[in-house]
Design a protein around this ligand. Structure first.
Ligand code: HAM
Length: 425
């Protein structure tokens, strides 16, 4: 027999037993985002490759090694989006959403990166992203960081640490970059191959190197905070004051540089030690230069994205209970007359009781096998209808999860009874 076809490595099915966890997470995060007045934007999964090259940067891991890129039938080079910021900026520019206006936006969906799959790192993964345009001050930085903190609070997550840093203005970065390259050149022999390659193209990323042999060199390198211009220093200081005023704890990490080129000034990450190597659950920062770089008017911007797989893993690691989606009621139907009456009755109940989740038995079966299915469905209650109940206009209500037994009810009284039970839970 031919080997059955498997999913692409690093791309996961989310099975029925898992989807209620996803829905709970997405619903909770959506509520938080809406509490700040952000509006959803939906973006395509495919974009022109050029967009990512120009915004994320030609010499980043994502663009150099990780994009799913192909020529479509017209010969245009397209890429599966590896992140959402570039698409969001493109869409806002294309539809004139940035002309003398502010925008507070969010999006959700799958992103694609051809990374080496491991726990917490996948080739298709899911982000919720936040992007705000048109606001230059540190107040929006703080608002968005508060929003991320509120997300963890609402989910009951503990132990995530907020790290922040400032990369300074683009001009300050140029000065710093020169100092860094001079230093690294003086120690070129000690650089690994990747770093040597980056020396001309993207030296700041050398600071991000995980190679243990490079750590001494990196520790002794010129530090970005010493090169910040006054305006950036002031912006960062004011952000810190806003975070302090709200009592939000953070660590300043001068080595935090991020893996995408578009950032300037504030950058931040939420990290946890509960997920092994893939401990960053959420990351972002300011990218004031990107809109202009892509051909628009200068537009300040700030945002972040969080990884849903990592958040779910964290909820699991913290043993945080998530409500599971199960029907409230399972309708057991025995005999042709009961099936006919029961199908109609089920529709009437769904009309009458808002929010009721009722699963009808389909495919006949003995009482025993139907009760097995009822049990497996997770329902708390069974409604039971056989020939006698149809003839008498009744139905039996039976608890499936405790010993409270069963009662016979007139069919017309069932909706009110279910409504009352639903309101109690
Ligand atoms: P990023 O740091 O590349 O930033 O990704 C953000 C988050 O997505 C990470 O912190 C992580 O939780 C999750 N993530 C990234 N790659 C993977 C993967 N292979 N598997 C599982 N989860 C992953 C961005 O994407 C920026 N667009 C964030 C941003 C928005 N900056 C400004 N606005």
């Amino acid at each position: 027999m031919a080997k059955s076809i498997q999913a692409v490595r690093g791309m996961n099915d989310i099975l029925p037993g898992e989807t209620s966890r996803w829905q709970y997470l997405e619903d909770t995060l959506r509520e938080v985002v809406h509490a700040y007045g952000y509006q959803e934007i939906r973006l395509p999964v495919l974009e022109k490759t050029e967009l990512f090259k120009r915004s994320i940067g030609e010499v980043t891991d994502i663009v150099e090694k990780e994009m799913y890129t192909f020529d479509d039938r017209n010969g245009d080079s397209l890429s599966m989006r590896p992140e959402g910021t570039a698409s969001c900026v493109r869409a806002c520019m294309q539809h004139g959403l940035l002309h003398n206006q502010v925008q507070r936006l969010w999006y959700a969906g799958p992103m694609f990166r051809h990374e080496r799959p491991q726990k917490g790192r996948y080739r298709q993964f899911h982000q919720i992203g936040i992007e705000a345009f048109g606001m230059a001050g540190p107040d929006i930085d703080a608002e968005i960081i508060f929003m991320s903190a509120r997300m963890w609070q609402r989910l009951g997550l503990q132990g995530a640490v907020l790290q922040i840093n400032s990369l300074g203005s683009v001009a300050a970065r140029v000065v710093y970059r020169t100092a860094l390259v001079d230093y690294l050149r003086a120690h070129e022999d000690a650089l690994d191959e990747d770093s040597r390659r980056r020396l001309d193209s993207n030296p700041l990323r050398i600071l991000d190197s995980k190679n243990p042999a490079m750590q001494g060199l990196i520790e002794a390198a010129p530090r970005l905070p010493d090169y910040l211009d006054d305006e950036s220093r002031e912006h960062f200081a004011r952000l810190c004051t806003l975070l302090d005023a709200a009592g939000l704890e953070y660590e300043i990490n001068p080595r935090l540089v991020r893996g995408l080129d578009y950032y300037s000034n504030t950058v931040f990450e939420w990290v946890t030690d509960q997920l092994g190597a893939q401990g960053t659950i959420c990351a972002g920062g300011r990218y004031d230069g990107l809109v202009e770089y892509l051909g628009g008017k200068p537009t300040p911007a700030f945002g972040f994205a969080l990884g849903l797989e990592r958040l779910l893993a964290l909820l699991e690691a913290g043993n945080i209970g998530i409500p599971v989606q199960q029907p409230h009621v399972y309708l057991v139907l025995s005999g042709q007359a009961a099936v006919q009456r029961g199908m109609v009755f089920a529709e009437q109940l769904r009309d009458a009781v808002p929010g009721l989740q009722l699963q009808s038995n389909c495919g006949d079966g003995s009482f025993k096998s139907q009760f097995k299915r009822a049990d497996k469905s997770g329902a708390q209650l069974a409604l039971v209808m056989g020939d006698d109940e149809v003839a008498e206009g009744n139905v039996i209500l039976k608890s499936l999860r405790d010993e409270s037994g069963q009662t016979t009810l007139a069919q017309q009284d069932v909706a009110a009874r279910l409504q009352a039970l639903l309101e109690q839970t």
